[in-house]
Design a protein around this ligand. Structure first.
Ligand code: HEM
Length: 374
């Protein structure tokens, strides 16, 4: 997929569009942009130049190779052992501090994508959880095996070195936290800070070893259709309604030609969680994009949005479509179901006995904490 030249990336066009949204009052960052703003096509070189600029700007952001990953993990595990030996028992407040650090890091994105690291951090949390196999009892977020090769190099994980790099920097401040807890807590912070619902979460994941790496092919292949979606998500233990609810995450972020090969955002507000993914699927006319890249759809009206073949299959399948309609009509229903299903996703494969509490926690957003301190 690397072969698809990033110069093929279509410029996002300015468009008047019925579903374009006004940023919510609670929308925190003035950095974040809407996709209706034109964006300069990015080359790979430009991306790295951008990353360099971020570093100069004091943004904690670096890429690290999987081999140094392993070494880093050894050092960090040692730090964890030291904390454990000192009988350090983190409380909910300690995890709230980690949440806050991630939440602050989201807006340090500067020129990166649409001005937030939120979407890519959510994708990391999902890809680390979505390897779960309910029959084999392997995979899931427990061991954070994406730190190791070959999982870090699986095609589906292309680009997630960006997210792992951001998380690695945060880990330095909180060496006691496991990678699985850190990455999933990052997903929780990303959703909540991008105006999404509360995602109940609790701690307890432990760091695994390279032997725990899961085989390639467990994550969905976007070029396929509804039967593939069912194969992949039933294996994790999800049903049709949950598949549709999870897919609403594509209201956030964008596809990158130098990662998956696909290109563009799904909605006009890719750093705010809404039910627009479902509305757009139903309301727009989707046509196959004519380009030198993988098969994807574009909206006929503005040609600035995209849908993956898997996304489009949600309105071609009668059962899936029923849920698409329900979520398009009722954002609060989507938020309720999304909260439940993401909470379940992030806990796949973790033995109950490993969790530090039976109750899941509701962590506070930065806005809520600001309000409280007034
Ligand atoms: C239903 C099957 C799914 C398929 C086939 C799929 C596929 C993809 C692909 C191809 C990309 C573009 C990656 C890139 O080029 O950077 C992407 C991005 C993304 N996906 Fe999914 N995905 C699925 C489900 C999910 C789920 C369940 C979640 C979260 C709950 C999720 C969250 C995201 C986010 C937030 C992005 C944007 C990342 C960014 O902006 O860097 N996806 N997905």
């Amino acid at each position: 997929m690397q072969a698809f030249a990033s110069s093929l990336r279509a410029p996002v066009r300015r468009a008047a569009f019925s579903s374009a949204r006004i940023p919510r009052a609670s929308f925190r960052s003035s950095y974040r942009r809407y996709t209706t703003q034109p964006e300069a096509p990015k080359s790979k070189t430009a991306l790295y130049a951008g990353l360099g600029a971020l570093a100069i700007g004091g943004v904690a952001f670096y890429l690290y190779s999987s081999s140094s990953d392993t070494l880093g993990t050894t050092a960090k595990s040692a730090a964890q052992s030291v904390k454990a030996a000192a009988h350090f028992v983190p409380t909910k407040e300690d995890y709230q501090k980690v949440y806050n650090k991630v939440a602050e890091a989201l807006d340090e994105a500067g020129d990166y994508d649409d001005g937030s690291f939120g979407p890519v951090l959510l994708r990391l949390a999902w890809h680390s959880s979505g390897t779960y196999d309910k029959d084999a009892h392997t995979g899931g977020s427990n061991y954070a095996t994406m730190r190791f090769e070959p999982e870090s190099l699986h095609d589906a994980n292309a680009g997630l070195n960006v997210a792992r790099g951001i998380m690695e920097k945060i880990k330095q401040d909180f060496p006691w936290i496991s990678y699985g807890d850190l990455w999933t807590l990052g997903g929780v912070a990303a959703i909540q800070e991008m105006s999404g619902p509360k995602i109940p979460w609790r701690a307890g994941r432990i760091d695994g070893l390279p032997k725990d790496v899961t085989p390639d092919g467990r994550l969905p292949d976007a070029s396929q259709g509804q039967s593939h979606l069912r194969d992949i998500f039933y294996r994790m233990g999800f049903n049709d309604q949950e598949i549709v609810a999870l897919s609403g995450a594509h209201a956030l972020g964008r596809a990158h030609t130098d990662r998956s090969g696909f290109d563009g955002p799904w909605t006009f507000s890719p750093t705010t969680l809404t039910n627009d993914f479902y509305k757009l699927l139903l309301e727009e006319k989707w046509i196959w994009r004519k380009w030198n890249g993988p098969k994807q759809l574009t909206d006929k009206k503005t040609t600035s949005l995209m849908m993956l073949p898997t996304d489009y299959s949600l309105v071609q399948d009668k059962t899936f479509k029923k849920y698409v309609k329900a979520y398009a009509e009722d954002e609060s229903l989507f938020f309720k179901d999304f909260s439940a299903v993401v909470s379940k996703l992030f806990e796949l494969g973790i033995p109950e006995s490993q969790f530090t509490t039976t109750e899941k926690w509701s962590l506070k957003t930065l806005d809520e904490q600001k309000e409280e301190s007034k």
